[in-house]
Design a protein around this ligand. Structure first.
Ligand SMILES: NC(=O)C1=CN([C@@H]2O[C@H](COP(=O)(O)OP(=O)(O)OC[C@H]3O[C@@H](n4cnc5c(N)ncnc54)[C@H](O)[C@@H]3O)[C@@H](O)[C@H]2O)C=CC1
Ligand SMILES: N/C(=C\C=C\C(=O)O)C(=O)O
Length: 487
């Protein structure tokens, strides 16, 4: 930290060293609305320096055995774990989420990401075939691609950054990562641990700043052959456009408009608390959050009453409040965007059953300028409404009735996104049938967000391109070569 004034000031991390920047961006504490940190406003120059560092580090790092790289990843995981409390406090302050969530989800999962890829990189096998009349044996080998460009969002900052850094460096690539300019602090804290973990200079470079300035410089750089991105669909379009002239490998993990389908035989005791969580966890700022709840008509009234009651118990509070389930949204602009959807729904004749504009939120004086809102439930809304079609990415969920299995599948599939769905029913045949017909990269039945890191993660349609996970990330971060030997 460079101490020019009382604000925390971050620096880029290039070639194993912290480097100051010529200009900075203000970063806000979402729970107070006050500036508390300055983030480098990097551009092309910093990307050039990072590319040079990553290029120089590549031959040495890629030549190490998977076992050696695995050891380094385990060491970094241990160091992150030792700093868990400090990182959780920092993530909460930077993002607005509760400390409880950062402590129980974000930082433990960042540690798990490193340990998972440290282990999985040791177990990949290649393909071989001898079924060839020409008397040949054919086999594949995989090699790291080179310099990986990693762009991550603000909702799960360290969790999603490590989900990209870990598989990239485990496979032998060097990386240039660009976290969101809104939430850069935990990435910068991780940089302080890299040397001790044994990560050689230039293997992990982190360059901070805005998307249009430094993000685009990274995406457009001819020596960065692959980009892994998590964020919004419009930004993904821009990345596709900028990387097209270089035919870059792209992994795009985008938004969702995720349905929950609740059949009349669902176990409501489990379904209601889980659906409250899937709608409002992390302030609804997870791409996997539920935002359209379809409930079979025979239980619609009962579900709605219980769901609204449970939503009202989902306490909004300052991030340090151990009883709070929800903290502040990421920014003033985002809060206004989320509120605008509720206003639109109201103008269309929808009913707001609880939350924004219906209930009152009480906050300490010092947090009055923070970006808080209550979890909000909307009903009597048409499938064509923008609230039922567009990603809101906030604590807002719509509940509507349905009659038949066939009808609900068609309605659930009627949006441009296809990321995640939940299905609630005790009928085994039905859950298999419905899961198979949903246009969704992930389907959780009678649960939500239980993750198996080894299996493919990602969406179809406008929710993305490619998958992440054990084998998928390894394939993305390596180039495959088929070798034929005539004998
Ligand atoms: N995983 C997800 O599904 C996420 C979805 N969103 C959605 O996106 C909306 C807007 O949020 P934003 O923060 O603006 O998302 P975004 O997609 O603009 O930001 C994600 C990352 O991309 C970078 N970025 C932005 N423009 C770029 C460009 N032209 N070239 C390269 N990198 C660029 C950002 O700096 C950040 O690191 C949210 O309201 C939400 O609906 C936002 C974050 C995560
Ligand atoms: N990509 C996102 C969440 C991923 C969760 C996971 O891997 O478990 C997101 O919210 O953007």
């Amino acid at each position: 930290m460079a101490g020019t004034n009382t604000l925390m000031t971050l620096e880029n991390f290039i070639n194993g060293k912290f480097v100051p920047c010529n200009s900075y961006i203000d970063s806000y504490d979402p729970s107070t609305g006050e500036v508390y940190c300055r983030v480098p406003n990097s551009g092309k120059e910093e990307i050039e320096a990072a590319v040079e560092a990553a290029r120089s580090a590549f031959p040495g790092w890629s030549a190490r055995s998977p076992q050696e790289r695995s050891k380094v990843l385990h060491q970094l995981a241990d160091l992150l774990e030792q700093s868990l409390e400090e990182l959780a406090q920092a993530e909460s302050r930077d993002q607005g989420k509760t400390v409880t969530l950062a402590r129980s989800l974000d930082i433990p999962r960042a540690v798990q990401n490193l340990r998972f890829f440290a282990s999985s990189v040791l177990h990949h096998t290649s393909e071989c075939t001898q079924a060839d009349p020409a008397g040949c044996v054919h086999y594949t080998v995989r090699a790291p691609v080179g310099i990986a460009g990693l762009i991550s969002p603000w909702n799960l900052p360290l969790y999603l950054l490590t989900w990209k850094v870990a598989p990239a460096i485990a496979a032998g690539n060097t990386v240039i990562a660009k976290p969101s300019e809104l939430t850069s602090v935990t990435a910068w804290m991780m940089c302080k641990l890299l040397e001790k973990a044994g990560v050689p200079p230039g293997v992990v470079n982190i360059v901070f700043g805005t998307g249009p300035r430094v993000g685009e410089a990274l995406v457009a750089h001819p020596e960065v052959p692959l980009i892994s991105f998590t964020g919004s669909q419009p930004t993904a379009e821009r990345i596709i456009h900028l990387s097209a002239p270089h035919c870059k490998k792209l992994s795009l993990e985008l938004g969702g408009k995720n349905p929950a389908i609740i059949f009349e035989d669902a176990n409501l005791e489990e379904c209601i608390p889980t659906t409250v969580k899937s709608s409002f966890a992390n302030q609804g700022e997870i791409c996997l959050c539920t935002s359209r709840i379809f409930v079979q008509r025979s239980i619609y009234k009962e579900f709605l009453e219980k769901f609204v009651e449970a939503t009202r118990r989902w306490k909004v509070g300052i991030p340090s409040d151990p009883l709070a389930s929800m903290g502040a949204l990421i920014s003033k602009a985002h809060l206004e965007k989320v509120r605008s959807y509720i206003k639109k729904a109201r103008s269309e004749g929808a009913r707001i059953l609880c939350g924004e504009g219906v209930d009152t939120l009480s906050l300490p004086a010092k947090n009055q300028g923070g970006y808080f809102m209550l979890p909000t439930v909307i009903t009597h809304i048409k499938d064509e409404s923008c609230c039922m079609k567009e990603e809101i990415f906030g604590p807002v969920t719509c509940v509507v009735p349905f009659d038949s299995e066939e009808e609900v599948i068609q309605r659930a599939n009627s949006v441009k996104y296809g990321l995640a769905a939940t299905v609630w029913s005790c009928n085994v045949g039905r859950v298999h049938r419905v899961a198979k017909k949903l246009q969704s990269g992930l389907v959780w039945t009678n649960c939500w967000l239980i993750r198996e890191l080894n299996l493919p993660f990602g969406g179809m349609k406008s929710s993305g391109v490619g998958r992440e996970g054990g084998k998928d990330s390894y394939e993305f971060f390596t180039e495959v070569k088929t070798i034929t030997i005539k004998h």
